[in-house]
Structure formats: C-alpha cells, structure tokens
Design a protein around this ligand. Structure first.
Ligand SMILES: [Zn+2]
Length: 249
C-alpha cells in the first residue's frame, strides 16, 4: 500500500477573516443498538440567530492515487506469506483485484461542496439521517460500516443536502478509526459552513470486532461530535439525539 495522506494535505482552505462559531466540541463513544432506517432529511426546532461569515463553494481535490502495481506485488507476497500459491489458477487474479479494491476504498470521489446563501434565514436544524457509509479500520485493514447522522444549524449559508452524504463518504474512504472519522466530518462542516452548530453521530459495526478478537457480531460502536449550539444548548442537543434515534448515555 502507498501512503495515505492526511486530512490536512488536501483540505481546502477557509477564509481567515471568518468568525469560527463552533470552537468547542465534545466527543463520546457508546455502544447501543439502533434500528437502521431509510435515509431521510428532516428539520426540527428553531435556533438562535448567529451571524457568521461566508464559506464559498470549495473544490475538494482527491488524494494522491494508490500505487496499484506496488500494492499488487505486496498482495502476491502476502499470499505467499500465508502459505498460498499466488500462481494457482484460483489466485492468479487476486493481487490485481485486491489492489484495485483498496484503491477504490481509499480514493475519495472529488466533489464541490456547493453552498448557498441562507437568504430566508432558515434557523432550524437540518438533519440527514441514516447515511450509509463504509470505511477501513486502520488497525486491521478490515471494513467497518454503518450509518451517519449529520446535522447542522445554518448560519449565513446552507449546503446542498446530498453534499452531507458526500462529505461522509469523502472522509470514510481512508484508513480510519471511527472517532477520527466522526471528528473530521464535523470539523469540516464547521470550517466550510460556519454554521451555528454541527452534530455528527456515527454508528458502525467493525468486522475486526465481529469476525475476530472478541467476536461480537451485531455490536455497534457509536461516536459523536457536537459543535457550537448543538453542544452548548441542552435543548437542541437533546432534540438532535432524539431525532437521530440515538440515546445519549
Ligand atoms: Zn480494527
């Protein structure tokens, strides 16, 4: 595998003159069972108005590409190390397939984070629930997958709703731990949108937990990051968790 660059290497810059609205944060990890529902977009309660600066649409460049030839050679070596014959008819194409799979899983799709002026002063929580995602655990190179709930209280700009799912996928296509993935999604939206508040909850099953080790299939790890009003206003915070269907521990 080639080096997987960090968030900082390709994160678009934000206007320095802007006032950060979401300086404080908190994270929490819990394990709960939550039924998966279809993705939906909903809105709840009013938020206090909070003037924040513009975050113009940004082009998000993809990370450097995976060296698939080197990855292919490494998979061949791995098969040998596992006592398998990479030249057997059944395994001959496996290194190529594995390298291509990793390249796909680690290469985010470039997109433009389209934002719009919040002309009508929409000041309620925008929440995209049950966004499916998959990522790769950086400790075992095994997948973890689940759903993301991403919400924000708009400031001066709003974002195209499909972009919330795009942001999740952009950071998921990396070698990750769930805690960092949660943080990156929330911080990115805070940087780009300068909203009044941001909340991100991820619920995921890790194959490294269900297939091996403690062998706990069905166990889900829940992580959250709340910023701005979603962290500081108990009513908004409570309603955010209620709407996502996740019980705050
Ligand atoms: Zn793992």
């Amino acid at each position: 595998m080639t080096t997987v660059p960090t968030h900082q290497q390709w994160r678009p810059t934000t206007p320095s003159a802007s006032a950060p609205s979401a300086a404080s944060s908190s994270t929490a990890s819990r394990s709960v069972e939550v039924a998966s529902l279809p993705t939906e977009v909903t809105s709840v309660r009013a938020a206090p108005p909070d003037a924040l600066s513009d975050a113009p649409p940004q082009n998000i460049d993809s990370r450097p590409t995976v060296d698939q030839a080197a990855a292919q050679r490494a998979v061949t070596d791995l098969l040998r190390a596992l006592g398998r014959d990479p030249d057997s008819p059944h395994l001959r194409e496996t290194p190529r397939r594995v390298a291509a799979a990793f390249a796909e899983l680690l290469t985010p799709e470039p997109f433009t984070l389209t934002t719009f002026p919040n002309d009508h002063g929409y000041d309620e929580l925008v929440l995209a629930k049950n966004i499916p995602f998959s990522s790769l655990c950086e400790h075992h190179l095994l997948p973890f997958s689940g759903v993301a709930h991403v919400g924000y209280l708009p400031g001066e700009r709003i974002v195209g709703l499909s972009k919330l799912a795009r942001v999740v996928r952009m950071f998921a296509r990396d070698l990750q731990v769930q805690e960092r993935l949660t943080t990156q999604i929330a911080d990115f939206l805070a940087e780009q949108l300068h909203p009044v508040g941001v909340g991100v909850i991820l619920e995921a099953e890790h194959l490294c937990m269900s297939l091996r080790g403690v062998r706990a299939p069905g166990s889900r790890t829940v992580t959250s990051r709340l910023l701005g009003a979603l962290r500081d206003d108990p009513c908004i915070r409570q309603e955010f968790f209620a709407r996502t269907g996740v019980t705050e521990a």
